[in-house]
Design a protein around this ligand. Structure first.
Ligand code: NAP
Length: 283
């Protein structure tokens, strides 16, 4: 008889592994802007056990995410809350102002993690990290993060920030595994965080992932999320409603075997889903 939990057993909040204080499975909120759906989805996620919520100034939904947290019976201090400063606002003064606006919009005293959303436009390692360091000292954020950085930009960030860079958020899933970026991130002791961990829906129907999912009678979403977790990468899938939130949360109970993990390692297609012209890899 198998001792492995079945895919239908949903892990409790305490079972979610943590990367240095950050729960390794979170909820993404990009494009969740509906006034009713968004607070409800956040409240549902927290009720289910999620304790990590990812938003950004650029998503225009911080007030709705904040409403969801307030509506939930989960205490604010038990939620790991991350937001990001948009690329046009990364000059010293704008970054300070935007971070204050972010906590106001979220209705919280501070965030747990504040990311540089993209190293583009107004980003300048000296001025941007001068502001971010000051925001840590002021208590507006507990930690500094970076997002969409290439390996050489990670080096520059580490050199310029006085406080440790805690996390690096970049696109990562079985179809875009980002070996070089993961390596550079981990080399500096920075926690890797995968955005678009379901390849924005493209993990569904992929032959190898579907076969593995079929063998466990689970969805490809769970397989992708379990692979990321086993490879030491935090994931923040976006889901709008209870069924998807539940399915993704249940990935915590899915144990892939070494053969399955290795087979997924072989799937890298360098298939990027988020590819704006200002992405540093396009410069
Ligand atoms: N730092 C950055 O530059 C950056 C860029 C992109 C994303 N992000 C962050 O990463 C988060 C996740 O990335 P993403 O939103 O691009 O894509 P994703 O999480 O890979 O995919 C989201 C899509 O998958 C669907 N979905 C979720 N769970 C599912 C399930 N179990 N079964 C079937 N479909 C499912 C969602 O549908 P429903 O909405 O209908 O549930 C949505 O259409 C974002 O929300 C954001 O917080 C950051």
């Amino acid at each position: 008889m198998s001792e492995k939990p079945t895919g239908d057993e949903v892990a409790t909040a305490n079972d979610c592994p943590r990367a240095s204080g950050m729960p390794m499975l979170g909820m993404g909120t990009w494009q969740l802007t509906d006034e009713e759906v968004t607070p409800e989805a956040v409240e549902t996620a927290l009720g289910m056990g999620y304790r990590h919520i990812d938003t950004a100034r650029g998503y225009g939904n911080e007030h709705l995410v904040g409403d969801g947290i307030k509506r939930s019976s989960v205490d604010r201090e038990d939620v790991f809350l991350a937001t990001k400063i948009w690329k046009s606002d990364l000059g010293y003064e704008d970054a300070i102002e935007q971070a204050h606006d972010a906590v106001d919009d979220l209705g919280v005293e501070k965030v747990d993690l504040l990311y540089v959303h993209w190293p583009a436009e107004a980003y300048d390692p000296v001025e941007t990290f001068r502001a971010f360091d000051e925001l840590v000292e002021e208590g507006v954020t507990d930690r500094i993060g970076i997002s969409n950085f290439e390996p050489e930009q990670i080096e520059a960030a580490v050199d310029h920030a006085d406080h440790d860079i805690f996390a690096h958020q970049f696109e990562c899933h079985p179809l875009l595994q980002q070996d070089a970026v993961r390596e550079a991130t981990e080399e500096h002791g920075i926690e890797p965080v995968a955005y678009s961990p379901l390849a924005r829906g493209d993990v569904f129907g992929h032959e190898v992932l579907s076969d593995i999912a079929g063998d466990h009678t689970v969805s490809e979403a769970r397989v992708s999320l379990a692979w990321l977790r086993e490879r030491g990468v935090t994931a923040i899938p976006k889901a709008s409603g209870e069924a998807h939130l539940h399915d993704n949360w249940a990935s915590l109970s899915l144990q892939l075997n070494d053969g399955e993990l290795d087979a997924i390692d072989e799937l890298d297609e360098h298939d990027r889903k988020v590819d704006p012209e200002f992405g540093p890899w396009n410069q």
